[in-house]
Ligand binder design. Structure first.
Ligand SMILES: Cc1cc2nc3c(=O)[nH]c(=O)nc-3n(C[C@H](O)[C@H](O)[C@H](O)COP(=O)(O)OP(=O)(O)OC[C@H]3O[C@@H](n4cnc5c(N)ncnc54)[C@H](O)[C@@H]3O)c2cc1C
Length: 223
């Protein structure tokens, strides 16, 4: 796709440090649930600073949505997004991403690594095909859980949360360990979709390999 200028139609906080941004959709934009695009801000000094963000809306909707964790300390694009308002424009370029739905399995996300799974799960939910898919979502605290109510509504008991920095009677505590995976996954025959920060991804992949999960059953993207 060549560069596309898209107008922001709404921009609001989704959690304390994430933005939910909706934009007009270019007529020729094509993507699969789980895919991302490079995004820059159409403002002096920022047009060359493109960063990858995932579509959280569905390909057949007439708008596009992103859910973006902001890092003010990086003084980069996500911090600059905090200044934007409806009517401002973003510049989208290539569409890509290694996570697309291949079949039932377990989705394992850390923080903003949930975004490819949002579009995939929304798509499955819309088609009535959520089935036995399970989501394990790792965050620091409860207030970091992106789209908690919607994910609960789509997945019910197949939505499992783990918090590293907060103890709660409703959520597991700590990091994703091999024991935690054993306690929460009954069926290892499906796909494993992993997305999050590199240290989390490496640890989870190592646990899965040690439990004889084959490499080609793992679909991943590092954020
Ligand atoms: C395929 C893909 C899809 C993605 N989709 C999403 C998504 O949908 N939602 C989402 O929230 N994220 C997503 N991400 C992650 C997202 O792209 C990054 O969070 C984003 O690029 C950060 O941009 P930034 O300009 O704010 O900061 P950066 O580009 O990370 O940093 C800007 C500058 O800050 C400095 N810096 C870097 N790290 C630090 C640090 N720890 N402390 C201080 N300074 C630092 C460096 O000098 C750097 O050049 C995705 C990533 C990939 C690969």
């Amino acid at each position: 796709m060549s560069e596309q200028y898209v107008k922001i139609t709404s921009i609001e906080k989704s959690t304390h440090d994430t933005l939910r941004i909706s934009c007009e959709k270019p007529a020729n934009l094509k993507f699969k649930p789980g895919q991302a695009t490079n995004v820059a801000i159409d403002t002096e000094g920022w047009r060359e600073e493109a960063r990858p963000f995932t579509f959280t809306s569905l390909p057949d909707q007439d708008y596009i949505e992103f859910i973006i964790k902001t890092y003010p300390s990086h003084e980069g694009v996500t911090n600059k997004l905090l200044d934007l308002k409806a009517g401002d424009r973003l510049i989208l370029s290539d569409v890509y991403g290694s996570i697309t739905y291949k079949g039932e399995g377990v989705f394992i996300a850390g923080g903003s690594g949930i975004t490819p799974f949002i579009s995939i799960l929304r798509d499955l939910h819309k088609k009535g095909k959520t089935g036995n898919n399970k989501l394990i979502f790792a965050n620091k605290t409860k207030r970091d859980i992106i789209l908690k109510d919607e994910l609960e509504n789509m997945l019910g008991d197949n939505f499992v949360n783990i918090l590293s920095d907060e103890k709660s009677s409703y959520h597991s505590h700590g990091f994703i360990t091999k024991d935690f995976l054993k306690q929460n996954i009954e069926d290892y025959s499906g796909f494993f979709y992993i997305c999050g920060p590199p240290p989390m991804m490496e640890a989870v992949e190592e646990h899965l390999h040690s439990m004889d999960v084959e490499k080609n059953s793992i679909i991943k993207e590092s954020f």
